[in-house]
Design a protein around this ligand. Structure first.
Ligand SMILES: Cc1ncc(COP(=O)(O)O)c(C=O)c1O
Length: 387
């Protein structure tokens, strides 16, 4: 079966109640038929039994299984949030004295872990510019363990050639981690391009309606096993309820991503030459600096576009205040179109120089394009731009 079908038809085994929709296993722990079975569950790790929902849960397992099938991954582990997935990757594979290489264009909280917390534990980091991937190899040291990228990045929509980065990681025996949150497996499967681990903030397009928080990491079985032990012991596990929501949402991910991308491309084209804007950036616009790589790696341009207002910070405020119905919030990947202003919100903790370095200018607006009629979204944006 194709991934589109598997995303719909992968389901926890039907119970005696003969339910059609997948059941929700809202339980903290699981029972045993005998004292011997209970003892075996704890002593023999190879037994495929549920013990406690911090370790495993059928609703969570269903969500993990679907994402593995969609990403073409061997195994996976789910977390309470996307940040728990990012942090678990670093905590599982890095020790004091290790070195991590990351793109500088990463989500604000990922930047905080790399620059504030990892150094506290004796782990050093080096940043590279997504627009200069040829600079990566010079950063590799004998203690480099992991290389981390977002492609497309949040919010700059920078794109990197994953096959090229993967070849470099293989040469130097480095774990290659890709945050695939912006594209989702419906648009891009980093494992096909050589990623060892792929992670997501499932809070975004996977949920798709801005309801629950969640995260997931999928990839090589032996790496996931190590992450499983870290998460099982330290506790950032995904709740069964959130897993149930997310698993149901994956049934519609492919059709939603098609529509998000169709709307986003139409809006990007409509805004591209607007006199109030310096530029519009969208992976599937030929003007994107990595358009050739975007079309190689992605099946469509995804649901996020950015533009820069000529009027800078004040223009950004005026634009947001001029919106009549479009949502002003920091989340993304919702059925509702969202406008946000990264410089004053998600990336406000970065210094001005750090923001400039990753392309977050004062007038940058990030649009998470929803599923409303594209002409309505365009009319709403134009009336706010033309005020
Ligand atoms: C690219 C990316 N990675 C990770 C995260 C963190 O996810 P969460 O908010 O679910 O912790 C976000 C959140 O916006 C994100 O955009």
């Amino acid at each position: 079966m194709r991934p589109e079908t598997l995303a719909i038809r992968t389901q926890t085994e039907r119970t005696g109640e003969k339910e059609h929709s997948t059941p929700l296993f809202l339980t903290s722990s699981f029972v045993y038929d005998s004292a011997e079975d209970m003892a075996a569950a704890f002593s023999d790790d190879s037994l495929d039994v549920n013990i406690y929902s911090r370790f495993s849960n059928p609703s969570v397992d269903e969500f993990i299984k679907k994402v593995c099938l969609m990403e073409g991954a061997e195994d996976g582990i789910a977390t309470a949030t996307g940040m728990a997935a990012v942090n678990a990757c670093f905590m599982t594979f890095l020790s004091a004295g290790d070195h991590v290489i990351s793109a500088s264009a990463v989500f604000g909280s990922t930047h905080a872990i790399l620059t504030k917390y990892l150094p506290k534990w004796g782990i050093e980091y080096s940043y590279f510019d997504m627009n200069h991937p040829e600079s990566i190899e010079a950063l590799v040291k004998s203690n480099t363990k992991l290389l981390y990228v977002e492609t497309p990045s949040n919010p700059g929509l920078d794109i990197i050639d994953m096959a090229m980065v993967s070849a470099l990681c293989k040469k130097h025996n480095i774990i290659f981690v890709v945050d695939n949150c912006f594209a989702t497996p419906a648009v891009q499967q980093p494992i096909l391009f050589g990623a060892d681990l792929v992670l997501h903030s499932a809070t975004k397009f996977m949920d798709g309606q801005g309801r629950v928080l969640g995260g997931i990491v999928v990839g090589k079985k032996e790496l996931i096993r190590e992450m499983y032990l870290y998460i099982r012991n330290t506790g950032p596990s995904l709740s069964a309820f959130n897993a149930w929501i997310l698993s149901k949402s994956l049934e519609t991910l492919y059709v939603r991503m098609d529509k998000h991308a169709q709307n986003a491309l139409q809006i990007a084209k409509a805004l591209e030459h607007h006199p109030a804007l310096n530029w519009v950036k969208y992976p599937f616009l030929p003007s994107h600096p990595r358009y050739d790589i975007a079309v190689k790696q992605m099946s469509n341009g995804g649901g996020i576009l950015t533009f820069e207002l000529k009027a800078g910070l004040e223009g950004g405020r005026k634009f947001l205040n001029g919106l009549k119905w479009l949502s002003m919030t920091n989340n993304l990947g919702d059925s509702r179109t969202i406008a946000s202003h990264p410089a004053s919100t998600t990336h406000s903790k970065l210094s001005e120089a750090e923001r400039q370095a990753v392309g977050i200018t004062p007038g940058l607006i990030r649009l998470s394009v929803g599923l409303e009629h594209p002409e309505d979204i365009i009319a709403e944006i134009l009336q706010a731009l033309n005020l």
